[in-house]
Design a protein around this ligand. Structure first.
Ligand code: BTN
Length: 325
């Protein structure tokens, strides 16, 4: 995998989807040869960015690309006590933020990256994105409640995401236990929480991956149906504004959760539960397969599975819908 050089980002930032920019103009601005510019632009495809190249006219983006604006995000989020850091490329924002946390990074550090070379999904899966069209960020939250009382945290984060998306105008979204955001049955966003530090006052790195605008690479490689927020909202979205809105709601929900836990958020989570009362199969962390009816969640955030012989609380696992027949 290539390193996403800041130069490629700068070049992509010079282009837009409305008109062409010549290779000569880019080369002049960058102080590079035209061949060098061309070589870098060819790397763009690796990141899911489609650059149209037309002889005699130059380059144009097939789709608009909005890069992260650290100064703007910091300006909007600093008053909430968040410390924003945007990087062009990291292995994983979760991995990098865990390392920063170990080095003493402050509560409220928010690390966003344009590109992850090893984006982590739940249960050891990979997480993919499209450059400039998805969000990958992690937020460091230092809790005042013990690890044992963080069980519902990932569900609380799901509530924050749904609230934000609804406020942006999304229709047809729902939550899949424990914390996927769906549009219909396709995945719109995923959450990966990794805990570190003291068992009595742990720190959480809360990673969020969110598809804003779909690209060929994302749909092609992820191997599962994915959805994007612009489709859910039926309009173009400002990527930096989406990140700021999610971070703002997340900070509010996390502060609330730290004080009150998941129980007061349970009803709201249930209102968005995409698979309530539907037949599901749950593959437990121990490899056990359970089937039953999804009967909601308890006050700790465990999935309640109606197996026919009572309600079984499931603390962790992968849920899938069971089709009739
Ligand atoms: C899932 O499997 O649904 C969870 C996906 C979480 C992806 C995000 S992207 C930002 C953060 N950094 C990572 O490496 N993973 C999370």
């Amino acid at each position: 995998m290539y390193a996403l050089t800041p130069r490629l980002l700068t070049i992509l930032g010079l282009m837009d989807a409305d008109g062409f920019i010549s290779g000569e103009q880019i080369a002049g601005t960058m102080g590079m040869s035209r061949a060098g510019v061309h070589g870098l632009i060819r790397q763009a495809a690796t990141y899911g960015v489609n650059v149209q190249s037309v002889r005699g006219r130059g380059y144009r983006l097939a789709r608009p690309l909005e890069l992260l604006d650290e100064a703007r995000l910091a300006g909007e989020l600093a008053p909430l006590g968040l410390h924003v850091l945007c990087l062009p490329e990291v292995d994983s924002t979760n991995a990098r933020l865990l390392a920063l946390a170990a080095g003493g990074a402050p509560h409220g550090t928010l690390l966003a990256a344009e590109w992850q070379t090893c984006g982590r999904g739940r249960r050891g899966r990979r997480w993919l994105g499209v450059l400039g069209a998805s969000l990958a960020f992690s937020l460091l939250w230092r809790f005042e409640r013990p690890v044992a009382q963080l069980a519902g945290l990932s569900l609380a984060v799901g509530v924050a995401l749904v609230r934000t998306m609804r406020a942006l105008g999304a229709e047809g979204i729902g939550l899949k236990w424990p914390n996927d955001v769906l549009l219909g049955e396709d995945k719109l966003a995923g959450i990966l929480i990794e805990l570190t530090g003291d068992m009595l006052a742990p720190s959480a790195v809360i990673g969020v991956g969110l598809n804003i605008r779909a690209g060929e690479q994302l749909t092609g490689e992820v191997g599962m149906p994915v959805a994007d927020l612009e489709t859910a909202c039926g309009r173009r979205l400002d990527r930096n504004a989406v990140l700021a809105a999610v971070a703002q709601e997340l900070a509010a929900v996390l502060a609330f959760f730290d004080q009150q836990g998941f129980a007061p958020l349970r009803e709201e989570w249930l209102a968005w539960h995409a698979w309530q009362d539907r037949p599901v199969a749950v593959l437990g962390a121990d490899g056990r397969l359970l089937t039953g009816r999804a009967a909601g969640v308890d006050a700790q955030g465990a999935l309640l599975l109606d197996t026919g012989s009572g309600l079984e609380p499931v603390l962790s696992g992968d849920v899938s819908l069971r089709r009739a027949g």
